[in-house]
Design a protein around this ligand. Sequence first.
Ligand SMILES: C[S@@+](CC[C@H](N)C(=O)[O-])C[C@H]1O[C@@H](n2cnc3c(N)ncnc32)[C@H](O)[C@@H]1O
Ligand code: SF4
Length: 447
Amino acid sequence: MNADLITRYSAPVPRYTSYPTAPHFHEGVGETDYITWLGADSHGPLSLYLHIPFCDRLCFYCGCHTKQVRRYDPIATYLKALNSEIAQVATYLTAGRKVTAIHFGGGSPTIVSPADLRTLRATLDDNFQIAPGCEISVEIDPTHVDAERLGAWRDFGITRASVGVQDFAPVVQTAINRPQSFEQTSEVVEILRDLGVGSINLDIVYGLPHQTREMLLRTIDLSLSMTPDRIAMFGYAHVPWVKKHQSLIDTATLAGPIDRFAMARAGAETILGAGYEAIGIDHFAKPDDSMAVKLREGALRRNFQGYTTDGAEALIGLGASSIGRLPQGYVQNITATGLYCQSVSEGRLPIARGFALSDADRATASAIEDLMCHYAFSIAELRARFGDAADDVCSDALRESFNADGFVTFDGDTFAMTPMGRPFVRTIASRFDRYINQGQAKHSAAI
Ligand SMILES: C[S@@+](CC[C@H](N)C(=O)[O-])C[C@H]1O[C@@H](n2cnc3c(N)ncnc32)[C@H](O)[C@@H]1O
Ligand code: SF4
């Protein structure tokens, strides 16, 4: 593809795990709004996201809300607050609400001791009805986990594990402060399978310091040899103005947009060649995996964790920095763990900010989610769901502005990305974003 086009469409834009995106949340939405929203919530199924913002080490590339800890005390204090927050939130919901999906993210949730994990499960059971067949997933750093801890997660009831690989090349691992052997990683995958964890996802990252196409492809080959059910291949998001420790990565060792594009393409071809199906911008799944099935059914969704099969209308975020989504809007918890714990201990829901959605926001959010998941949206469907509010999503002028580069088509109803345009869907989605030019948010490269 034309280098100029790649460069132009690789300019920094959001990843659209929500619309509006988190930098546009504001302090005008707080605890009182959240309590009202929770009270007005329907009786439908819920999903829960629990954030564990601690790690045994700090990887220089990491873009997550986490910190390195050397003692267990701060984790124990945090878990006490997390248990309290679960009980507090539940008091505002109809008793015994059914939960169909739980995701543990971090940080490294596997840092939680087996005893504390049992307490957490008991708190969840006391406050919610965990539905039979509930999908329970956890992010795992395979370098800091053992069979006992993994056994505790099996007892918790996990159905899916997401194991971080990133890259196996030593030169990359040194630059990102993450030594991790293939043997160590495959042993964790084997233990998980022996424990009966039905679905394994592996995370790979391209665009890391010193990483070449060959290193990426070798990492993919080694990952494929573990026969994961899903693979996520993320583009490295270098945002040192947000994540100060990323300044430890020398930008001169990072690939530019053309090389990143080539890496992403070569990586995708290899994974597709091994029989996986492409799911949106950065996921791949075996054809019989539930994510591939949902994609074929047109029911794939996108939320703060990325692509998801979870169709629940309400996502409750628990723990520091967690984001929740209710039909009325978004709320985000306080990020600093000390302030988060203090708020919970004083009996206040730890909401830092949020965003109340208008009908026009909901219509745009739906169009952007459809683009990110299915590379298309239908104006007639938007009108059927959102009425007049759908009219503002896509003006004639905006539609026409896309035509020149051959990345989109419009047949009078359906707005669709061409195969050539698909890698640039974040950039195309950003053109529908009414808030993108407001505020100071700086994003990561689109490719
Ligand atoms: C929340 S992290 C936690 C996973 C776990 N602690 C580990 O390190 O394996 C989940 C995934 O996000 C991805 N990730 C983290 N920082 C990133 C960044 N700056 N750019 C792109 N992907 C990133 C990595 O692939 C990582 O496995
Ligand atoms: S990549 Fe995982 S282990 Fe490394 S700092 Fe981030 S959350 Fe922690």
